[in-house]
Write a protein that binds this ligand. Sequence first.
Ligand code: ZN
Length: 314
Amino acid sequence: MCGVFFFVKPDCFRRRLLGLLVVGVLAGQLPAATAEKIPGQSYFDAARYVEYVAGDLPIVLTAPHGGRLKPDAIPNRTQGVTDMDANTQELARALTAALHARTGRHAHLVASHLHRSKLDPNREIEEAAQGDPLAQKAWRDFHAAIQGALAAAVARHGFAFLIDLHGHAHPIARLELGYALDAKQLNRDDPAFDASGVMQLGTLRDLHARLGGSAAVLLRGPGSLGDLFASRGLRATPSPQEPQPGNHPFFAGGYIVRQHAAGDTPKVDGLQIECPRPGVRDTPENRARFAQITAEVLMVFLKERYAFDLTARR
Ligand SMILES: [Zn+2]
């Protein structure tokens, strides 16, 4: 983690800082270098544009498009998509709450509080910040927070699983599971998909390298994430029920999962989950239902594929 993040409660922060100063002086280190993050606690950059909730699970959630802040100090972006993904930050918090209720532990969460018209953290920095220094700093803080969270998860558990949460408005109200593989790649049948070798480019590369076998089965066969979602009542593609996006609009996974989880990112796997609004993002009840199902899906998937029991103490 970069040292720019502040403890959320000023009083606690001051007390903690005093203690760290004493420790830091004794140890000959700066306080920031000794600061240990507390699971479940929120930390912010100085401008409070980026929030990092520390975790002790191997799961790292990101919500880049759910922010609502529109500070005058940052000019509006003039290129690219500027609409927010409504309620995705709330969706991410519902998921952390559901995971905590089931496991007693916390997922890491990185959320952008800036509206997408000011910053798009799911793009490379030029399109994301469009030259504004404050937006560029928020972009760097956002990605440093992801890197810090992934590094903490790998150090503690030996692996990390990144989930980047979004919202789509495509005609079919189903989850679009983005493994950094597009519709053209996914529309191949299983033998052609396996022969293509594109799993090497995707966000489950490390998992597939470890388990071997058919990449297509791992991605959309029995026991795949799509299968676990669909069998619990949430439509998803790719899955055994809807193995290929076909000609329908499909989000394959953007900058965040490609940068932090796809290809050569040792010990980090994950995916982008694009959520429809009706039935998933629209009401607190539906967000809670999505969160309950997703927490259960992750518990099953991480246990079966990573031999990781989310409820075990470690
Ligand atoms: Zn989005």
